[in-house]
Design a protein around this ligand. Structure first.
Ligand code: SF4
Length: 140
């Protein structure tokens, strides 16, 4: 059994909305390998993810990472707190990507991200909100 991915709370929704853009080539290549290469690949729904409270597997090569912290630490902390509350994520909880998507569907209604992701520089582009709408539409 491979080690679970390590995700801070707000990266569950970021992974849902990822469209190949990021903070640097290395950051984007790493996120692409995780999201496209694993979560969205065949069998991706069964991949296990463990909730962590600091820099995680997405943050690894980020140019803004400083050890386990971030140059935008205050903003990131608020995002993590808001997303953990919205999704009901507990520290060190383990869940599959499929369960994470079900939780997003159950707890994050379409149109939520303007508030939930306030302060994120990617939010105004709308790709995460579009992915959230697709996730909800898939169910109906
Ligand atoms: S708007 Fe930002 S914080 Fe929200 S899901 Fe997208 S990238 Fe993540």
């Amino acid at each position: 059994m491979p080690d679970p991915l390590r995700y801070r709370p707000h990266h569950f929704l970021c992974s849902l909305g990822f469209e190949g853009k990021g903070y640097s080539d290395a950051f984007t290549a790493n996120m692409d390998a995780i999201v496209m290469g694993r979560l969205r690949a065949s069998g991706g729904d069964a991949i296990e993810i463990r909730v962590v409270g600091a820099a995680d597997d997405i943050c690894g090569p980020c140019p803004k990472r400083r050890g386990s912290l971030c140059t935008s630490q205050d903003r990131i902390k608020l995002l993590d707190r808001a997303h953990a509350a919205a999704l009901g994520l507990q520290p060190r909880e383990r869940l599959t990507w499929g369960a994470a998507k079900a939780r997003i569907r159950a707890k994050v209604p379409p149109g939520s991200l303007k508030t939930l992701c306030a302060g994120c520089e990617w939010e105004p582009y709308g790709m995460c909100e579009a992915a959230l709408a697709r996730l909800h539409a898939d169910r109906s």
